[in-house]
Design a protein around this ligand. Structure first.
Ligand code: CA
Length: 538
């Protein structure tokens, strides 16, 4: 009883705020369909005009973009599944929500977004991948994969079927098809007395990029264009990512070809034991196989998105439904000879985001406002007529969606932190700041407790206007000194503002203190750490 009264007052408050801010008159409580795929990067969506656009990899998503808005500067604050999903559900940065890495979990009553949407009178459901630890999803209905889940004949935990995580059901078939079948089932049989907030979370195209057998011949004869940076390192990176005199390039950052001796794409490309091809040849072959498999997996996502859109149209609710398409973060498709994500560089930090809501979001529009994944929950709540709570760090992007314009007082910078160190794909821990034009990254190269192999501390600075592909680290360019000093100040302010300092991590704070200002002494120490790391890796 108490809950419903609280929900009512929240929604009345929200309605008043919502209507005074709205540029047009959208439905008071529209249906909201939030489709999130896993590791679906903007380079692999036709609407983003990347190097695969000519192959028409995502006609359904491109149509959504043509009928709505394409957002170009949406960034996660930590480019890895679990923490990004935690920020989406809480509207908070990682230290506030407690999910720093893949081991994190978000207690059921801390899943604020679905909880508040339920209280606002929404029928809430999550089908697909959640990946937030061993906690029950706080949705009226759920059917979720355990952890990453399987591509074929996957198991699910389903609301109402035994205790959570005790009695999984197994469904025969391919995961994206099964998730979509279940989504259509839920939509058809839902309680129509309430609007819905429906999270459709694909597992695809996460690695190992398995695709449904029907795509076996899709793009079979295509030679995929390569990014220049696959074979040309340019002045990308620093002592932190390459070591002194490049002595760590064989150990840091999982690669397409043989470069990284610990982890590379060759096993997934079926090339692990190949001895016929030299390093250069195998790099190109591995890349071709990687992209082919990835885009086949993406095709399964796109075709299934179309099935959902077709259903909404058939029921007559397509235009009354706010549709958001995104991914929990970006993905490397061979740029800089990287695979996976995690890095603060563009292709990995950037989330695709397409929003369709006719009459509210103008068709065919684009926005380059700096948005991050703490904004998702406030935005969804805003459209539901709920004032975003003060404990959320993000801000509703509804005014941007409605007008295409960025408010004058919008954020000028977004903060990023990759908390893990040398885990799985051999990325050093780092944090940094991205503004409209610049990016400054500090690699501290240490686990939270200071144990294990340290990698060299170092800074990278990119001018994204002149160098959008991050091929030229200008940190040591004297002309950039004033800009870098200003960014460091902003970085400190953001860390304080979002409670993202390292006061709980003294080993990391000590590295920050010694290397915040680069001196001859700090450079010498980084070189020494590089040599030690090389010895430890070998
Ligand atoms: Ca992911």
């Amino acid at each position: 009883m108490k809950t419903s009264v609280k929900g009512l007052s929240l929604s009345i408050l929200g309605l008043c705020l919502g209507s005074s801010e709205a540029a047009s008159t959208p439905p008071t409580k529209p249906n909201i369909l939030f489709i999130m795929s896993d590791d679906h990067t903007a380079q692999a969506i036709g609407a983003y005009d990347g190097r695969f656009a000519a192959l028409n990899p995502t006609p359904a998503l491109d149509r959504l973009a043509r009928e709505g808005m394409r957002l170009d500067r949406v960034f996660c604050n930590n480019s890895i599944c679990t923490p990004s999903r935690a920020s989406i559900l809480t509207g908070q940065y990682s230290q506030a929500n407690g999910v720093l890495d893949l081991t994190g979990s978000l207690a059921t009553d801390h899943q604020y977004l679905p909880q508040l949407m339920h209280e606002a009178g929404y029928n809430t459901a999550l089908i697909g991948k959640m990946h937030l630890g061993h906690v029950e999803p706080n949705f009226d209905y759920y059917m979720v994969l355990p952890g990453q889940g399987e591509y074929f004949d996957p198991k699910f935990f389903k609301k109402g079927v035994g205790a959570f995580e005790k009695q999984p059901i197994q469904i025969k078939g391919y995961v994206t098809d099964i998730i979509t079948d279940a989504a259509l089932d839920w939509l058809k049989n839902r309680d129509r007395s309430k609007p819905f907030f429906f999270c459709l979370h694909n597992k695809a195209p996460h690695d190992d990029f398995d695709y449904a057998p029907r795509y076996e011949n899709y793009l079979a004869d295509v030679t995929f264009p390569e990014p220049d940076s696959l074979t040309n390192a340019g002045n990308h990176g620093s002592i932190a990512t390459r070591g002194d005199q490049d002595e760590l390039v064989r150990y840091i950052g999982a690669s397409i070809g043989r470069r990284n001796v610990f982890r590379n794409q060759l096993p997934l490309a079926g090339l692990k034991n190949n001895t016929d091809m030299d390093d250069e040849k195998i790099l190109h072959e591995s890349y071709q196989r990687y992209i082919r498999k990835y885009l086949r997996c993406v095709k399964g996502v796109d075709d299934n998105v179309q099935r959902v859109v077709d259903y909404l149209k058939q029921e007559g609710i397509l235009d009354n439904t706010l549709i958001i398409y995104t991914s929990d973060q970006g993905m490397w498709l061979g740029e800089h000879d990287y695979i996976d994500k995690r890095w603060m560089y563009e292709e990995s930090m950037r989330m695709p985001m397409i929003v369709r809501f006719p009459g509210v979001v103008p068709a065919g529009t684009r926005s380059s406002a700096l948005i991050n994944n703490t904004d998702f929950a406030p935005t969804i709540l805003d459209f539901a007529g709920v004032k975003p709570p003060a404990y959320m760090h993000g801000r509703s992007i509804r005014p941007i969606l409605e007008t295409g314009k960025t408010p004058d007082d919008w954020r000028k910078a977004t903060y990023y932190r990759y908390w893990m160190h040398l885990a799985h794909h051999w990325n050093p821990a780092h944090f940094g700041i991205r503004t409209d034009r610049y990016k400054l990254i500090f690699f501290y190269g240490l686990k939270n407790d200071g144990t294990g192999i340290q990698t060299p501390p170092g800074w990278e600075f990119y001018d994204l206007e002149k160098d959008p592909t991050e091929m030229n680290n200008l940190y040591d360019d004297p002309a950039c000194k004033p800009v870098i000093a200003d960014l460091k100040q902003q970085l400190l302010e953001l860390r304080n503002q979002y409670d993202e300092t390292d006061r709980k991590y003294p080993a990391i704070q000590a590295v920050i203190d010694r290397h915040w200002n680069t001196t001859d002494e700090s450079r010498a120490e980084a070189v020494q750490i590089s040599h030690q790391a090389k010895a430890a890796f070998e």
